[in-house]
Design a protein around this ligand. Structure first.
Ligand SMILES: *[C@@H]1O[C@H](CO)[C@@H](O)[C@H](O)[C@H]1NC(C)=O
Length: 404
């Protein structure tokens, strides 16, 4: 009788991964490559580390030409950043053309620049001029990309926001922007919708845990098994805080009429060390948070509100950064130490001898097989918008009812 050969999918995958011609990268795990340090490896070495980890998306906080050059032909997507102090100048269209000519054009497309983050967490600074200039700078940069024939469908222009732009984030359906920010944020959201760019959020459940560890269950924050919470209005179930925070942003956008804008996590992470008053900053928690998130990323998960759309996440950060000011935690977000050894194992493991092979821990292997067929961001279905609208309207009605 014919006996079928049973192939262990994880094994099959390992075989694929070790072949040099066909080396799929883990699609959606991104990482932030900060460089506020005096002891980091050369960019060329960093590219090798990233490739060996199968990391395909990276964000940097400047436009360092050494890095842009080192990433050429690596296949790794790169988000670059316009520093805050250049935003004012780039409101001028000639200056924006000059900037794109110097910082994007010479490197693209061999370096896969996928985004330009204009400033960082600008809407939560107290610099009013910066806030007002931000959208005009984004518009000028976008126009400059068009004028220089660069592909604006693959180079998104946006800015990363702190979660502090929200007035409410719990439960997720109560998500709304701070009233005082609505006027400056409206034109920004119009720009995102018009250009198809994402809303980038820097979301750190760690901060919430640090400040309210007596109220928030640690396992809920760390993606460990836990009872989770139900949103009383949408009835959606949340088993972790990060997804709840992201959905709160989706609701805030929907309240402003921009429910169709894609929300992506530009930064999230957990420090492995902190001062005595930095509750929860331990190596064990950092490992659990990042490892559990990586497993979900590899599985291609979306949030409860947008389950069919893989949530794009950039971990913070690749390396510990010894020159960062502030509390001890600030210098200890790295998954890697500057010498390239792991601070803790998150399940993405570089082979010791060859940068070409990828070894994933067993917990990730089975998850990865399901990703292969899930492909990249599937478009959100009309039915999801329908439900967002219904939830939104229901909630508004509830509010109105309560006010009356
Ligand atoms: C521009 O980028 C989009 C998205 O990556 C791609 O589908 C399209 O083919 C690109 N267009 C050109 C002219 O390269």
């Amino acid at each position: 009788m014919f006996s079928p050969i049973v192939v262990n999918p994880a094994l099959f995958l390992l075989l694929l991964l070790s072949s040099s011609e066909f080396r799929p990268v883990v699609e959606s795990v991104g990482i932030n490559y900060g460089q506020v340090a005096d002891n980091l490896p050369e960019p060329g070495k960093v590219v090798k580390i990233l490739s060996s980890l199968g990391i395909s998306k990276v964000r940097i906080y400047d436009t360092n030409p050494k890095i842009l050059t080192a990433f050429a032909n690596s296949g790794i997507e790169l988000i670059i950043t316009v520093p805050d102090d250049m935003v004012g100048r780039l409101t001028d269209s000639d200056q924006a053309v000059e900037w794109v000519t110097a910082n994007v054009k010479p490197f693209y497309p061999s370096t896969r620049i996928s985004g330009i983050a204009v400033g960082n967490e600008v809407y939560t600074t107290d610099d009013d001029a910066l806030k007002t200039n931000l959208v005009q700078a984004m518009v000028s940069i976008h126009k400059a990309l068009v004028q220089l024939n660069l592909n604006t469908s693959s180079i998104h222009v946006s800015t990363a926001n702190s979660l502090a732009v929200l007035q409410d984030s719990y439960p997720p359906s109560s998500g709304s922007f701070k009233p005082e920010l609505v006027n400056v944020i409206s034109p920004f959201l119009r720009f995102l919708a018009a250009t198809g760019a994402p809303f980038w959020i820097n979301a750190y459940p760690y901060f919430t845990y640090k400040d309210s560890h007596n109220l928030v269950p640690l396992d809920y924050v760390l993606f460990n098994p836990n009872v989770g919470m139900d949103d009383p209005f949408t009835k959606l179930h949340y088993d972790n805080m990060l997804y709840a925070q992201v959905d709160a942003v989706v609701f805030a956008l929907a309240r402003m009429g921009f429910g169709g804008v894609d929300v992506r996590v530009a930064e999230t992470g957990w420090p492995s060390k902190g001062d005595s008053d930095e509750f929860g900053a331990t190596a064990e928690n950092a490992r659990d948070y990042n490892k559990n998130l990586v497993v979900r990323q590899i599985a291609g998960e979306g949030t409860p509100l947008r389950p069919d759309r893989r949530l794009e996440v950039y971990l913070f950060a690749l390396f510990n950064e010894d020159l960062k000011p502030g509390p001890t935690s600030e210098r200890n977000y790295g998954l890697y130490k500057p010498d390239g050894t792991m601070s803790y194992n998150v399940g993405l493991t570089a082979s010791a001898t060859s940068a070409q092979s990828i070894t994933l821990t067993s917990s990730s292997q089975t998850a990865l097989t399901s990703t292969a067929s899930a492909s990249s961001a599937s478009p959100v279905t009309p039915i999801t918008y329908y439900w967002i609208t219904i939830c939104f309207l229901t909630y508004q009605c509830l509010i109105t009812f309560q006010i009356k």
